[in-house]
Design a binder for this molecule. Structure first.
Ligand SMILES: [Zn+2]
Ligand SMILES: [Zn+2]
Length: 66
C-alpha cells in the first residue's frame, strides 16, 4: 500500500487534492483570479472538484427546506 502525501489545493474554493509539492491543482488555481475568496465555485476544470463543491452547496447535510 503506497502512501501518498496530499494536501488540499491552495485555492480555498477548490476541493482538489494535490501532492504536497504542487500546492495547486491547475494554472487556474495558482493564478490570482483562482484564489479569489469571493469566488464560491472553482473553475479549475476538474470534474471531481466540481462535484465536491456541488455536494457541499446542495446538501447531504439534511437542510433541504429553507
Ligand atoms: Zn478546483
Ligand atoms: Zn485547485
Amino acid at each position: 500500500m503506497v502512501e501518498r502525501a496530499t494536501i488540499r489545493c491552495e485555492n480555498l474554493s477548490c476541493l482538489c487534492e494535490v501532492s504536497v509539492d504542487e500546492a495547486t491543482c491547475s494554472d487556474y488555481c495558482s493564478s490570482p483570479g483562482g484564489r479569489d475568496v469571493a469566488e464560491v465555485s472553482c473553475a479549475c476544470g476538474h470534474a471531481v472538484c466540481r462535484e465536491a463543491i456541488e455536494a457541499q452547496l446542495h446538501g447531504g447535510a439534511g437542510r433541504e427546506s429553507a
